[in-house]
Design a protein around this ligand. Structure first.
Ligand code: RRO
Length: 284
């Protein structure tokens, strides 16, 4: 699947991901009011990943509705953000009559005070937001969790108890970088979110721990760049996979390449289907 935040802003970008082999796509996070995001620079490339401080730029639900109208019936999840349950519900209220697959609640953006991981690191807030959304929609509700906490499993359990059908792990890891010559941070904000290969082992452990404690499926995301990475997430317990940062480097061809690599690795290892390796690490 296409992860939220990368190439998920318009119907045509999302359709290209689906045409390129993605089994599904998650939109850019939508908040109740439009947001311009942070001032540049908002993205910085590191050797081992990307640092971003986008600041949740999005057109708001009324404007985004027009994009969704071009994706009716497609396997698309709408990512929703907000400061509290009421703000999440305002977005759902504007979009829920449309034909899409479900919601991914962004309980984990590291870049906006009062939203994302500031809300989503509190299990009680996770419970409240997830149950509020579950109570107003018939669509599946996924909860995207933050790694920027002591125990991500507590958040997963809160989401499950509140009726989430799936958890997604992980959003970006809080991080920064300094330009010594410019005597400044490389981004316009002191803190950003790190994605890509650097966070893959962090995401892998989160998936392993969540899938060992929860009854609902876990979707793995964080630095998946190859078929071997994908198989590792499956072994850790992920039953679906999202890619994001690799698309910034290799584009839409990443979907088919990663799937082909995963298939040939599974064959080499003597498996017929990815389902045969899901959760294998729990048996070691
Ligand atoms: O827009 C962002 O700054 C952002 C979001 Br909403 C998110 O969920 N994760 C991230 O790394 N950046």
């Amino acid at each position: 699947m296409l992860a939220s935040g990368i190439l998920g802003n318009t119907a045509s970008l999302i359709r290209r991901a689906l045409d390129a082999g993605a089994g599904g796509a998650v939109t850019k996070t939508i908040t109740p009011e439009p947001r311009e995001g942070n001032r540049p620079p908002v993205v910085h490339e590191l050797k081992f990943g990307l640092l971003n401080s986008m600041g949740l730029p999005n057109p708001g639900p009324e404007e985004f509705r027009k994009e969704l109208l071009g994706l009716q019936g497609e396997p698309v999840l709408v990512s929703v953000g907000g400061r509290n349950a009421e703000e999440f519900l305002r977005v759902v209220d504007v979009l829920d009559d449309l034909d899409f697959s479900g919601y991914e609640l962004n309980l984990s953006c590291p870049n906006v005070p009062g939203m994302g991981d500031e809300v989503g690191s509190d299990p009680a807030a996770v419970r409240e937001i997830v149950s509020a959304v579950v109570s107003v929609t018939a669509k599946p509700v996924w909860a995207k969790l933050t790694p920027n906490v002591g125990d991500i499993v507590e958040l997963g359990l809160a989401a499950q108890e509140a009726g989430a059908s799936t958890v997604v792990a992980i959003n970006t890891v809080r991080a920064t970088e300094i330009d010594v010559r410019a005597r400044s941070f490389v981004l316009s904000t002191p803190s950003g979110g790190l994605s890509g290969p650097a966070i893959r082992p962090i995401a892998l452990l989160a998936v392993f721990r969540l899938s060992g404690s929860l009854d609902i499926p876990v979707v793995g995301v964080g630095g998946i760049s190859s078929g071997e990475d994908l198989v590792k997430f499956a072994m850790a317990g992920a039953s679906a996979f999202q890619i994001g940062t690799i698309l910034a480097r290799w584009g839409y061809a990443s979907f088919r390449r990663i799937l082909a690599e995963a298939r040939s690795l599974l064959e080499e290892l003597g498996f017929r289907d990815i389902g045969e390796v899901v959760g294998l690490a729990h048996e070691w």
